[in-house]
Design a protein around this ligand. Structure first.
Ligand code: AMP
Length: 186
C-alpha cells in the first residue's frame, strides 16, 4: 500500500495516518513532522523553514522533496508507506510520481481525501492551539493555511481523480468511524 492522505490542516490526516501505520505495518512520512523536528533541533534546514511555517505558508518544494526522497530510499519504506502532508501542490505530486519511478518503486495506490468543512477546521485548529500550542495554530495563520490549502492543494483532488486513485471520505465523526470508512474505501 502506498497511500497519500489529503485534507485541510486539522482534517485528521495525522491521527488517521497513525491508525493506518498500525493497521498496515508501514511507515508514515509526514513532511510537517520532519520540518518541526528540524526547527526544534535548530538545523540549518529548520532555520530556513521556521518563518515560513509560522506564517502558514508552504516551504520551498526543494526542501520537502529532499525530505521525502531521503525517507523513501530507506529500507522500511520499500514495501509501502503513508504520506501525510506531501504532496501539497501539483509540482510536488509530479515530482513524487517521477521519484517513485526512479527508485524502482510502484506508483502510489490511493489518495484518501478527508473531507471536513472550513468552519469545523478552524474550530479544531483553535482547540489544538490551546492543547499543543503550535506556533501556526493562531486564528489568522489558521485562516491563511486554509486559503493556501484551497488554492495549492485542492487541485490535487483532480490530479488523483484523473489517475483513478482518489477516494473521498467523510472526515466528520469519531476516530473509529472515520478509520472504518477509510479501510472500506481502500
Ligand atoms: P503540516 O503539519 O502538514 O500542516 O505542516 C506544517 C507546515 O509545514 C505547513 O504549513 C508548511 O509550512 C510546512 N509543510 C509541510 N509539508 C509541506 C509540503 N509538502 N510543502 C510545503 N510546505 C510544507
Amino acid at each position: 500500500m502506498r497511500i497519500i492522505l489529503l485534507g485541510a490542516p486539522g482534517s485528521g490526516k495525522g491521527t488517521q495516518g497513525e491508525k493506518l501505520v498500525a493497521h498496515f505495518g508501514i511507515p508514515k512520512i509526514s513532511t510537517g513532522d520532519a520540518l518541526r523536528a528540524a526547527v526544534k533541533a535548530g538545523t540549518e534546514l529548520g532555520k530556513q523553514a521556521k518563518a515560513t511555517m509560522d506564517a502558514g505558508k508552504l516551504v520551498a518544494d526543494e526542501i520537502v522533496i529532499g525530505i521525502v526522497e531521503q525517507r523513501l530510499a530507506q529500507d522500511d519504506a520499500k514495501h509501502g508507506f503513508i504520506l501525510d502532508g506531501f504532496p501539497r501542490n501539483t509540482a510536488q505530486a509530479e515530482v513524487l510520481d517521477a521519484m517513485l519511478d526512479r527508485l524502482g518503486q510502484p506508483p502510489m495506490s490511493r489518495a484518501v481525501h478527508l473531507a471536513v468543512d472550513d468552519e469545523e477546521i478552524v474550530q479544531r485548529l483553535l482547540d489544538r492551539a490551546q492543547k499543543e500550542g503550535r506556533a501556526d495554530d493562531k486564528e489568522d495563520v489558521i485562516r491563511h493555511r486554509i486559503e493556501v490549502y484551497n488554492a495549492e492543494t485542492m487541485p490535487l483532488l483532480k490530479y488523483y481523480d484523473d489517475q483513478h486513485k482518489l477516494v473521498n471520505v467523510d472526515g466528520i465523526g469519531s476516530l473509529e468511524e472515520i478509520f472504518a470508512r477509510i479501510i472500506d474505501a481502500l
